[in-house]
Write a protein that binds this ligand. Structure first.
Ligand SMILES: [Zn+2]
Length: 327
Protein backbone atom coordinates (compact mmCIF):
# COMPACT_ATOMS: atom_id res chain seq x y z
CA UNK A 1 0.00 0.00 0.00
CA UNK A 2 1.50 3.31 -1.04
CA UNK A 3 0.78 6.68 0.56
CA UNK A 4 -2.96 7.33 0.96
CA UNK A 5 -2.66 10.31 -1.43
CA UNK A 6 0.09 11.09 -3.92
CA UNK A 7 1.12 14.36 -2.22
CA UNK A 8 1.77 12.48 1.03
CA UNK A 9 4.52 10.34 -0.51
CA UNK A 10 7.46 12.06 1.18
CA UNK A 11 5.83 12.15 4.64
CA UNK A 12 4.82 8.52 4.25
CA UNK A 13 8.37 7.43 3.38
CA UNK A 14 9.75 9.32 6.36
CA UNK A 15 7.29 7.58 8.68
CA UNK A 16 8.04 4.15 7.23
CA UNK A 17 11.75 4.70 7.75
CA UNK A 18 11.03 4.89 11.50
CA UNK A 19 8.95 1.72 11.65
CA UNK A 20 11.58 -0.27 13.56
CA UNK A 21 11.70 2.43 16.25
CA UNK A 22 8.59 4.57 15.87
CA UNK A 23 8.02 7.75 17.85
CA UNK A 24 5.91 6.81 20.86
CA UNK A 25 3.92 10.00 20.59
CA UNK A 26 3.51 11.36 17.09
CA UNK A 27 1.67 14.53 16.17
CA UNK A 28 0.53 14.89 12.57
CA UNK A 29 -0.22 18.58 12.12
CA UNK A 30 -1.41 20.56 9.13
CA UNK A 31 -4.41 22.16 7.48
CA UNK A 32 -7.76 20.48 7.05
CA UNK A 33 -8.36 18.41 3.97
CA UNK A 34 -4.82 17.23 3.22
CA UNK A 35 -5.29 13.63 4.37
CA UNK A 36 -3.68 13.62 7.83
CA UNK A 37 -6.35 11.31 9.22
CA UNK A 38 -5.83 8.81 6.41
CA UNK A 39 -2.06 9.01 6.90
CA UNK A 40 -2.45 8.32 10.63
CA UNK A 41 -4.71 5.40 9.84
CA UNK A 42 -2.21 3.95 7.34
CA UNK A 43 0.57 4.37 9.87
CA UNK A 44 -1.39 2.53 12.56
CA UNK A 45 -2.11 -0.26 10.09
CA UNK A 46 1.58 -0.52 9.12
CA UNK A 47 2.64 -0.67 12.78
CA UNK A 48 0.13 -3.39 13.60
CA UNK A 49 0.81 -5.58 10.54
CA UNK A 50 2.47 -8.82 11.53
CA UNK A 51 4.30 -9.48 8.29
CA UNK A 52 5.17 -6.04 6.91
CA UNK A 53 6.73 -5.59 3.49
CA UNK A 54 10.40 -4.69 3.21
CA UNK A 55 9.32 -1.05 2.81
CA UNK A 56 7.64 -1.21 6.22
CA UNK A 57 4.17 -1.03 4.73
CA UNK A 58 1.32 -3.29 5.83
CA UNK A 59 0.99 -6.56 3.91
CA UNK A 60 -2.80 -6.42 3.68
CA UNK A 61 -3.02 -10.19 4.06
CA UNK A 62 -2.15 -11.16 7.64
CA UNK A 63 -4.65 -11.61 10.47
CA UNK A 64 -3.72 -8.21 11.96
CA UNK A 65 -4.34 -6.44 8.63
CA UNK A 66 -7.66 -8.21 8.33
CA UNK A 67 -8.75 -7.15 11.82
CA UNK A 68 -7.64 -3.63 11.15
CA UNK A 69 -9.68 -3.46 7.96
CA UNK A 70 -12.78 -4.74 9.70
CA UNK A 71 -12.33 -2.36 12.63
CA UNK A 72 -11.67 -5.06 15.19
CA UNK A 73 -7.94 -5.05 15.94
CA UNK A 74 -7.69 -5.61 19.70
CA UNK A 75 -4.52 -3.51 20.02
CA UNK A 76 -5.92 -0.48 18.23
CA UNK A 77 -7.99 2.24 19.85
CA UNK A 78 -9.43 5.24 18.07
CA UNK A 79 -10.37 8.26 20.16
CA UNK A 80 -12.48 10.90 18.45
CA UNK A 81 -15.63 12.96 18.72
CA UNK A 82 -18.57 10.80 19.72
CA UNK A 83 -22.04 10.98 18.33
CA UNK A 84 -24.66 12.09 20.79
CA UNK A 85 -28.41 12.09 20.64
CA UNK A 86 -30.10 15.31 21.68
CA UNK A 87 -33.38 15.66 23.54
CA UNK A 88 -35.01 16.28 20.17
CA UNK A 89 -33.70 12.93 18.98
CA UNK A 90 -31.16 14.39 16.55
CA UNK A 91 -27.71 12.88 16.24
CA UNK A 92 -24.86 15.33 16.64
CA UNK A 93 -21.14 15.12 16.94
CA UNK A 94 -19.82 16.09 20.38
CA UNK A 95 -17.71 19.24 20.38
CA UNK A 96 -15.00 17.82 22.64
CA UNK A 97 -13.22 14.59 23.52
CA UNK A 98 -14.31 13.92 27.08
CA UNK A 99 -12.27 12.80 30.06
CA UNK A 100 -13.98 9.37 30.14
CA UNK A 101 -12.60 8.70 26.66
CA UNK A 102 -9.10 9.69 27.76
CA UNK A 103 -9.37 7.43 30.81
CA UNK A 104 -10.45 4.60 28.56
CA UNK A 105 -7.29 5.17 26.49
CA UNK A 106 -5.15 5.17 29.63
CA UNK A 107 -6.70 1.88 30.76
CA UNK A 108 -6.23 0.47 27.30
CA UNK A 109 -2.48 1.13 27.20
CA UNK A 110 -2.01 -0.30 30.68
CA UNK A 111 -3.38 -3.69 29.66
CA UNK A 112 -1.00 -6.16 28.13
CA UNK A 113 -1.23 -6.35 24.35
CA UNK A 114 -3.29 -9.13 22.77
CA UNK A 115 -0.78 -9.74 20.03
CA UNK A 116 2.98 -9.62 20.34
CA UNK A 117 3.45 -6.33 18.48
CA UNK A 118 2.56 -2.69 18.92
CA UNK A 119 -0.46 -1.14 20.44
CA UNK A 120 -1.71 2.06 18.79
CA UNK A 121 -3.95 4.83 20.08
CA UNK A 122 -5.09 7.27 17.40
CA UNK A 123 -6.49 10.57 18.67
CA UNK A 124 -8.23 12.67 16.01
CA UNK A 125 -8.93 15.58 16.29
CA UNK A 126 -6.46 15.88 19.16
CA UNK A 127 -7.18 19.61 19.55
CA UNK A 128 -10.68 18.64 20.71
CA UNK A 129 -9.39 17.01 23.89
CA UNK A 130 -10.92 19.03 26.69
CA UNK A 131 -8.68 20.14 29.52
CA UNK A 132 -9.53 17.24 31.82
CA UNK A 133 -9.05 14.72 29.01
CA UNK A 134 -5.70 16.23 28.02
CA UNK A 135 -4.52 16.14 31.62
CA UNK A 136 -5.60 12.52 31.98
CA UNK A 137 -3.45 11.62 28.97
CA UNK A 138 -0.35 13.56 29.96
CA UNK A 139 1.16 10.93 32.19
CA UNK A 140 0.96 8.08 29.68
CA UNK A 141 2.20 10.38 26.91
CA UNK A 142 5.18 11.23 29.05
CA UNK A 143 6.07 7.61 29.74
CA UNK A 144 4.16 5.41 27.33
CA UNK A 145 4.15 1.73 28.20
CA UNK A 146 6.38 -0.51 26.12
CA UNK A 147 5.35 -0.94 22.46
CA UNK A 148 2.68 1.73 22.78
CA UNK A 149 2.36 4.35 20.07
CA UNK A 150 0.12 7.41 20.29
CA UNK A 151 -0.75 9.13 17.02
CA UNK A 152 -2.33 12.55 17.43
CA UNK A 153 -3.88 14.37 14.49
CA UNK A 154 -4.61 18.09 14.53
CA UNK A 155 -5.62 20.95 12.23
CA UNK A 156 -5.04 23.40 15.05
CA UNK A 157 -1.98 22.22 16.98
CA UNK A 158 -1.81 25.58 18.80
CA UNK A 159 -4.97 24.59 20.64
CA UNK A 160 -3.23 21.56 22.16
CA UNK A 161 -1.84 21.94 25.65
CA UNK A 162 1.84 22.93 25.33
CA UNK A 163 2.67 20.07 27.68
CA UNK A 164 1.04 17.63 25.24
CA UNK A 165 2.69 19.21 22.21
CA UNK A 166 6.11 19.06 23.80
CA UNK A 167 5.81 15.31 24.38
CA UNK A 168 5.11 14.61 20.73
CA UNK A 169 7.35 14.17 17.73
CA UNK A 170 5.74 16.54 15.29
CA UNK A 171 5.35 15.89 11.59
CA UNK A 172 3.93 18.79 9.60
CA UNK A 173 1.83 18.02 6.57
CA UNK A 174 1.58 21.08 4.35
CA UNK A 175 -0.67 21.94 1.45
CA UNK A 176 0.31 20.05 -1.69
CA UNK A 177 1.69 22.12 -4.58
CA UNK A 178 -1.31 23.52 -6.48
CA UNK A 179 -0.36 21.68 -9.68
CA UNK A 180 -0.26 18.31 -7.87
CA UNK A 181 -3.58 18.95 -6.18
CA UNK A 182 -5.19 20.02 -9.46
CA UNK A 183 -3.81 16.96 -11.28
CA UNK A 184 -5.22 14.69 -8.60
CA UNK A 185 -8.64 16.38 -8.76
CA UNK A 186 -8.62 16.05 -12.55
CA UNK A 187 -7.94 12.37 -12.02
CA UNK A 188 -11.06 12.20 -9.83
CA UNK A 189 -13.05 13.37 -12.82
CA UNK A 190 -13.71 16.95 -11.67
CA UNK A 191 -14.28 19.60 -14.32
CA UNK A 192 -13.20 22.75 -12.61
CA UNK A 193 -10.33 21.80 -10.35
CA UNK A 194 -8.92 25.35 -10.22
CA UNK A 195 -12.16 26.95 -8.94
CA UNK A 196 -12.70 24.16 -6.43
CA UNK A 197 -9.14 24.43 -5.15
CA UNK A 198 -9.45 28.19 -4.70
CA UNK A 199 -12.72 27.65 -2.86
CA UNK A 200 -11.13 25.14 -0.52
CA UNK A 201 -8.02 27.23 0.12
CA UNK A 202 -5.82 24.74 -1.73
CA UNK A 203 -6.81 21.61 0.19
CA UNK A 204 -7.66 18.84 -2.29
CA UNK A 205 -9.93 16.76 -0.05
CA UNK A 206 -12.06 19.78 0.81
CA UNK A 207 -12.20 20.57 -2.90
CA UNK A 208 -13.47 17.07 -3.55
CA UNK A 209 -16.05 17.40 -0.78
CA UNK A 210 -17.34 20.62 -2.36
CA UNK A 211 -17.94 18.82 -5.61
CA UNK A 212 -20.05 16.17 -3.94
CA UNK A 213 -23.57 16.17 -2.54
CA UNK A 214 -24.81 19.26 -4.35
CA UNK A 215 -22.82 21.59 -2.09
CA UNK A 216 -21.68 23.69 -5.03
CA UNK A 217 -25.26 24.30 -6.12
CA UNK A 218 -26.31 25.35 -2.64
CA UNK A 219 -23.29 27.61 -2.37
CA UNK A 220 -24.10 29.24 -5.69
CA UNK A 221 -27.68 29.91 -4.70
CA UNK A 222 -26.58 31.50 -1.40
CA UNK A 223 -23.94 33.65 -3.09
CA UNK A 224 -26.33 34.80 -5.78
CA UNK A 225 -28.43 36.35 -3.03
CA UNK A 226 -25.42 37.83 -1.22
CA UNK A 227 -24.17 39.64 -4.34
CA UNK A 228 -27.29 41.84 -4.21
CA UNK A 229 -27.51 42.95 -0.59
CA UNK A 230 -29.89 45.81 -1.41
CA UNK A 231 -32.45 43.33 -2.72
CA UNK A 232 -32.23 40.57 -0.18
CA UNK A 233 -35.14 39.95 2.11
CA UNK A 234 -33.86 38.61 5.45
CA UNK A 235 -37.19 37.08 6.50
CA UNK A 236 -37.77 35.02 3.34
CA UNK A 237 -34.13 34.03 2.97
CA UNK A 238 -33.70 33.22 6.67
CA UNK A 239 -36.61 30.85 6.40
CA UNK A 240 -35.33 29.39 3.14
CA UNK A 241 -31.79 28.85 4.43
CA UNK A 242 -32.59 27.38 7.80
CA UNK A 243 -32.20 23.88 6.36
CA UNK A 244 -28.63 24.44 5.10
CA UNK A 245 -26.14 22.15 6.81
CA UNK A 246 -24.29 24.18 9.49
CA UNK A 247 -20.91 23.21 8.07
CA UNK A 248 -21.88 24.28 4.56
CA UNK A 249 -23.42 27.54 5.72
CA UNK A 250 -20.40 28.37 7.83
CA UNK A 251 -17.95 27.58 5.04
CA UNK A 252 -19.88 29.68 2.52
CA UNK A 253 -20.45 32.64 4.83
CA UNK A 254 -16.96 32.60 6.29
CA UNK A 255 -15.25 32.47 2.91
CA UNK A 256 -17.51 35.14 1.48
CA UNK A 257 -16.72 37.55 4.32
CA UNK A 258 -13.02 36.65 4.15
CA UNK A 259 -13.06 37.48 0.44
CA UNK A 260 -14.78 40.82 1.04
CA UNK A 261 -12.02 41.64 3.51
CA UNK A 262 -9.29 40.39 1.20
CA UNK A 263 -10.65 42.52 -1.64
CA UNK A 264 -10.89 45.54 0.61
CA UNK A 265 -7.47 45.17 2.23
CA UNK A 266 -5.34 43.42 -0.40
CA UNK A 267 -7.29 43.93 -3.59
CA UNK A 268 -7.65 40.23 -4.35
CA UNK A 269 -10.04 37.31 -4.00
CA UNK A 270 -8.83 34.20 -2.18
CA UNK A 271 -11.67 31.70 -2.29
CA UNK A 272 -14.56 32.65 -4.54
CA UNK A 273 -12.75 33.39 -7.78
CA UNK A 274 -15.88 32.72 -9.82
CA UNK A 275 -17.49 35.72 -8.05
CA UNK A 276 -14.48 38.03 -8.31
CA UNK A 277 -16.34 40.84 -10.04
CA UNK A 278 -19.16 41.08 -7.51
CA UNK A 279 -16.67 40.81 -4.66
CA UNK A 280 -14.59 43.74 -5.94
CA UNK A 281 -17.68 45.91 -6.18
CA UNK A 282 -19.04 44.92 -2.74
CA UNK A 283 -15.66 44.96 -1.01
CA UNK A 284 -15.12 48.58 -1.99
CA UNK A 285 -18.59 49.50 -0.74
CA UNK A 286 -18.58 47.70 2.63
CA UNK A 287 -18.20 49.41 6.00
CA UNK A 288 -14.82 48.07 7.09
CA UNK A 289 -15.37 48.10 10.86
CA UNK A 290 -18.73 46.34 10.57
CA UNK A 291 -17.29 43.84 8.10
CA UNK A 292 -14.44 42.98 10.46
CA UNK A 293 -16.91 42.49 13.27
CA UNK A 294 -19.17 40.20 11.28
CA UNK A 295 -16.22 38.20 9.93
CA UNK A 296 -14.82 37.72 13.41
CA UNK A 297 -18.15 36.48 14.71
CA UNK A 298 -18.44 34.11 11.79
CA UNK A 299 -14.99 32.68 12.56
CA UNK A 300 -15.99 32.14 16.21
CA UNK A 301 -19.23 30.47 15.22
CA UNK A 302 -17.29 27.98 13.11
CA UNK A 303 -15.81 26.43 16.23
CA UNK A 304 -19.23 25.31 17.37
CA UNK A 305 -21.11 24.44 14.18
CA UNK A 306 -24.30 23.41 15.88
CA UNK A 307 -27.87 23.98 14.95
CA UNK A 308 -29.09 26.81 17.18
CA UNK A 309 -32.61 26.45 18.49
CA UNK A 310 -34.07 28.94 16.10
CA UNK A 311 -32.00 28.77 12.99
CA UNK A 312 -34.33 30.84 10.89
CA UNK A 313 -34.14 33.79 13.31
CA UNK A 314 -30.37 33.50 13.53
CA UNK A 315 -30.11 33.55 9.74
CA UNK A 316 -32.36 36.60 9.60
CA UNK A 317 -30.20 38.44 12.14
CA UNK A 318 -27.11 37.60 10.13
CA UNK A 319 -28.71 38.81 6.91
CA UNK A 320 -29.80 42.10 8.50
CA UNK A 321 -26.23 42.72 9.64
CA UNK A 322 -24.90 41.73 6.26
CA UNK A 323 -27.24 44.14 4.49
CA UNK A 324 -26.16 46.96 6.80
CA UNK A 325 -22.55 46.51 5.69
CA UNK A 326 -23.51 48.20 2.44
CA UNK A 327 -25.87 50.93 3.68
ZN1 LIG B 1 -0.31 -7.50 7.49
Amino acid sequence: MSAPYPWLGASWSRLLATRARPAQALLLAGPRGVGKGELAQAWARALLCESPLASGEACGACAACHWFETGGHPDFLRVGLQEKTTKEGETRLATAIEVEQAREAVDFVRLSTYRAGHRVVLIDPADSLNLAAANALLKVLEEPPLNTVFVLVSDQPRRLLPTIRSRCTRVDIGLPPAADAAAWLDGQGLDDAATLLALSGGTPLDALRWSEAGDLDERRSVLESLVRPEQLDPVTLGEGWKGLAPRLWHAVAYKWLADLLAVRLQGQVRFNRDFAEALSRLGAQADLAALLKLARRQADEGRVLEHPLNRSLQMQAWLVQYRHLFD
